[in-house]
Design a protein around this ligand. Sequence first.
Ligand SMILES: [Zn+2]
Length: 185
Amino acid sequence: MPFTPFHLGFGVLLLAVCPFFDPIALLLGTILIDLEPLFHLLFNVGQLHGVFHSVLGVIVLFFPISVISWGSYKLIYKWFNYQYKFRWYLSLISSLLGLFSHVLFDAGLYPEMMLFYPFTKQTGFLFGYWDSRISMIALSIMFVVGAIILAIRMALKHYMKKKHVTLNNKSEDEKNAVIVSKNGN
Ligand SMILES: [Zn+2]
């Protein structure tokens, strides 16, 4: 559970290098599986890393996450007038990638995880292959590098837009000058 926010690092880096993925589906996918330990801690249901931390969790959650994402963009358009070009196939792939990254990162950390449930109940498939500190450091680096790339990308986009507007205004002025001088003649 305290590890949950670290999972976002994978989504942030992937978005930075592949901006065509659905940001909401991808980021939700990286963290939503941890509703399972949250429910366990709050209501004492299920296990900390039970059946949802597995292939089953990925299969059950990937479509609802894309539906949540689709609904969120509808609201964003309604409230902020920002239109996102939603594509179902990209959203579903984003959701799957986020979910798989979560279970794979966790699989190295928790011995009780049944990674391939419901196909097998065997536990600890990837457990012990790497230290939890390595996951935290790797995901933190992913977050920082991804955030820097995203910031540079946004700054460049802003700069290009501004330059485009300036050039357009300039050509409009030139056109007007030509019209004025023609009328003057
Ligand atoms: Zn987890």
